[in-house]
Design a protein around this ligand. Structure first.
Ligand code: NDP
Length: 485
């Protein structure tokens, strides 16, 4: 399998190489095989990318919004037409099962481009009557936006950042995670094919130091990061130095609350999706599953019974439901949390090991712990792997307090048939996105983002426009100017 791109970076409408940069090897997580090699961006490459974005942004912002929207919508159409090819690349880059990538990655990216392409012509200011005078606001682009991505959704993250940024008249320099360098390059090619000016969307490869150089450059007006809380703190601080705008989509340890009157089969399905989809490598996962004590036994039995049927295997086989994790380091981190859980006294009901015959790739069995308590590390720290922890509760007030007892606040889910309890509970939960009787659905029409340490700003929906524009107020006098002397 050789997926070597033409060159490491995509700048000013073309592939660019600078082999002086550190080598980044790209592995297929199912086998560990090296499938491509790119070079980390040198200062010269970073300079070239930011300069070309700066040039392209002026030209792009001068277009009529409907023309900008058309380019984004064309890019969406190209992605949809090439979904299989892009999904296979995503699977090879991340190890996520093709069964997932065919429906959740490029397609979700295309929806973001379609949505923001559609609303681009509606991004307006306001007019304020002031007696004889009046004022109006212009909603203007920020300039060059830097996007920095995590490795779990490389195409989706690039699109979720690029679509609103470009719709508002900005340009972007995007740095993928060094673990998944390939997908964003394809997006850069597609933008050019869709008619975007050269330099509007650039991709530079690199480790954290490249992200840091981009985030602190005077040409950068905004930084949008998807990553861990630890990285978020650093990037936020670096951006603050230049008083830059930020969007921070960070980690979580989200609660999924299952009341005693819940439809249990649906709750089990949601808990499975919320912990084992993408081998658990999803920021919004409901990894603290609070189950009312009256239904806990039945819930655990059903999760264990259904998880036993999960098909682990080659991610390129469309029957595979559970693929590997992204890297050996991530697998080892998750395995160490499983050991911590056991040592802390949680009961391992299912999984917990590398599946037999899969020690070449970075696989871990879907894992179920019960008897988890709030102070255990597996209930407090983001594991980012297929580890579902069941915590027992008795009352609504108790579970709300415990669900909120975390530094994170990305998401939360509630299962109940009682409509008033459902709304009362989500109103009390400290989370940016809540689901009632489902979990982890993130359509582009709905804002997505976190509270507390899980983030700042929102992606998707109209809300994202607020984070990629700035308002200029213009006061218009219609009569003579009065002065005291
Ligand atoms: P990291 O925080 O390790 O990295 C995120 C990105 O930031 C990478 O591209 C990384 O580069 C880069 N980076 C690292 N250090 C710096 C720095 N000092 N300045 C600028 N950029 C830097 O996250 P992971 O890639 O490990 O992704 C997993 C994390 O992402 C989880 O915590 C998860 O919850 C979160 N996440 C959040 C989502 C959300 O929307 N809220 C969605 C998906 C994931 P490199 O990798 O090359 O070091």
């Amino acid at each position: 399998m050789n997926l070597q791109p033409q060159a490491s970076h995509f700048i000013d409408g073309q592939y660019v190489e600078d082999s002086a940069g550190r080598i980044i090897e790209c592995n297929y997580p199912a086998t560990g095989e090296v499938i491509a090699q790119v070079h980390s961006a040198t200062p010269a490459v970073i300079h070239q990318a930011l300069d070309s974005a700066l040039r392209a942004q002026k030209q792009w912002a001068a277009l009529a919004p409907v023309e900008r929207g058309r380019v984004l919508r064309r890019a969406a159409e190209i992605i949809i037409a090439r979904n299989r090819e892009l999904s296979e690349l995503e699977t090879r880059d991340t190890g996520k099962p093709l069964q997932e990538t065919l429906v959740a990655d490029a397609t979700s990216g295309a929806q973001a481009l379609e949505f923001f392409g559609g609303i681009a012509p509606t991004i307006n200011g306001e007019m304020m009557p002031l007696g004889a005078d009046f004022a109006y606001t212009r909603r203007e682009p920020l300039g060059v936006c830097v996007g920095i991505g995590a490795w779990n959704y490389p195409t989706q993250i690039a699109c979720w950042k690029a679509a609103p940024a470009l719709a508002c008249g900005n340009a972007m320099v995007f740095k993928p995670s060094e673990l998944t360098p390939l997908c964003a390059l394809k997006l850069a090619e597609i933008f050019i094919e869709a008619g975007a000016p050269a330099g509007l969307f650039n991709v530079v490869q690199g480790y954290g130091d490249v992200g840091a150089a981009l985030a602190t450059d005077p040409r950068t007006a905004k930084v949008s990061l998807t990553g861990s809380v630890a990285t978020g703190r650093k990037v936020y601080a670096a951006a603050a130095d230049g008083v830059r705008h930020v969007t921070m989509e960070l980690g979580g340890k989200s609660p999924l609350i299952i009341f005693e009157d819940a439809d249990l089969d649906n709750a089990v399905s949601a808990a499975i999706n919320a912990n084992f989809y993408s081998s658990g490598q999803i920021c919004s996962n409901g990894t603290r599953v609070f189950v009312h004590e009256a239904v806990q036994k039945a819930f655990i039995a059903r999760v264990a019974e259904r998880t036993a049927r999960a098909v682990i295997g080659d991610p390129l086989d469309e029957n595979t439901q559970i693929g590997p994790l992204i890297s050996a380091a991530q697998r080892d981190k998750v395995l160490s949390y499983i050991e911590i859980g056991k040592a802390e006294g949680a009961q391992l009901v299912f999984g917990g090991a590398i599946p037999a015959g899969y020690d070449n790739g970075f696989y871990i069995e879907p894992t179920l712990f019960t008897g988890v308590t709030d102070e255990m590390r597996i209930a407090r720290e983001e594991i980012f792997g297929p580890v579902l922890s069941v915590l027992s509760f008795k009352t609504e007030a108790e579970v709300i307090a415990r669900a909120n007892g975390t530094e994170f606040g990305l998401s939360a889910g509630v299962f109940t048939q009682d409509i008033t309890r459902a709304h009362r509970t989500v109103a009390a939960l400290e989370a940016g996105t809540c689901w009632i009787n489902t979990y982890n659905l993130t359509p582009v029409e709905v804002p997505f983002g976190g509270v507390k340490h899980s983030g700042v700003g929102r992606e998707n929906a109209r809300a994202a426009i607020e984070h990629y524009t700035q308002i200029k107020s213009v006061y218009v006098a219609m009569s003579d100017v009065e002065a005291p002397f």
